[in-house]
Design a binder for this molecule. Structure first.
Ligand code: GLU
Ligand code: ZN
Length: 308
């Protein structure tokens, strides 16, 4: 449940919003930011912002600053210093060293075509790595993968309930550091959520499939697993997930309250009419504190549709 646990929180709440600076804040990420902000405020917790700027070819110059400016214009201010993943490379190397010491990682030089050609019949999605290089000795270059265990990894999402995934069947040995040296999202998010003391992850449901991978990495690194709440992603009129390309929000701060109201509607907070940012957030918080997390998925939000 989102708010009324019946008892006082037994541990401090630290939440975060972790945008990728591949473009300006888009409507889908505004909804995710709002959800994590409301959840943190509702718990009288801390709300942090982390810029996930490791995939350097996808970084758009100025996008991170743009996102941070937008968050402020919307009235969402981080409670601590902004964390930039690009400045934390040593910590990811450290985690990789720990995993290597446990003999969990291996180098892989397979091409996409080789992986595609070796798919097991019945594999659920394309490109599940079949473990080819696990036992190939003497390799010291290529992508660095982690050998996943057989068996299900489960967690209880505050909105979607119990979720299980067998990494060996559904994902395969996944990449922690690409052949070009770039640290992947899965590793960085786990290292940083732990480093920032994140207790509650609130993010879009498009990432729910990543959570078992992250829990596996947390266990392998001896890190705590936070609570997870995956909120519905925003789709456009054609049922497609909003992307940075289609859903950029105007930075025009005069639009701020209208955009926030639309985002609130997507979080099933109903229609909020407010004259000021402060008034909007007061009302949103009030409604959020009354919300059951199951309500986030139980009925479609009757919100103005996004046409782009
Ligand atoms: N950086 C990711 C994104 O923008 C979100 C990461 C997360 O919340 O775990 O999609
Ligand atoms: Zn390989």
């Amino acid at each position: 449940m989102l708010a009324r646990t019946g008892t006082a929180p037994t541990r401090n709440y630290v939440g975060r919003f972790a945008p990728t600076p591949s473009g300006p804040l888009h409507f889908g990420s505004l909804v995710a930011a709002m959800a994590s902000w409301l959840d943190a405020r509702n718990a009288a917790g801390t709300w942090l912002v982390r810029i996930e700027d490791l995939d350097t070819p996808r970084n758009v110059p100025g996008a991170a600053e743009d996102i941070l400016r937008s968050l402020l214009a919307f009235g969402m201010e981080a409670d601590g210093e902004i964390v930039w993943q690009s400045r934390r490379l040593a910590f990811y190397d450290e985690a990789l060293a720990t995993l290597a010491l446990a003999s969990l990682t291996f180098f892989c030089t397979c091409t996409r075509k080789e992986i595609a050609d070796s798919q097991l019949p019945g594999a659920k999605s394309a490109l599940i790595y079949p473990g080819t290089c696990r036992t190939r000795p003497g390799q010291d270059q290529g992508a660095l993968r982690i050998a996943v265990p057989a068996g299900e990894i489960c967690f209880v999402d505050r909105c979607h309930g119990r979720q299980c995934q067998d990494l060996a069947i559904d994902v395969g040995d996944f990449v922690l550091r690409r052949a070009d040296g770039i640290i992947t999202y899965q590793l960085a998010v786990v290292v940083d959520d732990a480093a920032q003391g994140i207790t509650h992850v609130v993010r879009g449901a498009d990432l729910i499939d990543s959570t078992p991978r992250q829990i596996f990495l947390q266990r392998a690194l001896g890190l705590a697993t936070p609570d997870y709440l995956h909120v519905p992603v925003v789709v456009n009129g054609r049922g497609e997930k909003l992307s940075k390309q289609t859903g950029a929000v105007a930075l025009d701060s005069e639009d701020a309250i209208a955009l926030l109201a639309r985002a609130a509607c997507h979080l099933r907070l109903g229609t909020i009419k407010a004259a000021t940012l402060a008034g909007f957030w007061r009302e949103a918080l009030l409604r959020y504190s009354d919300l059951e997390p199951a309500a986030l998925v139980s009925h479609p939000a009757p919100c103005p549709s996004i046409t782009s």
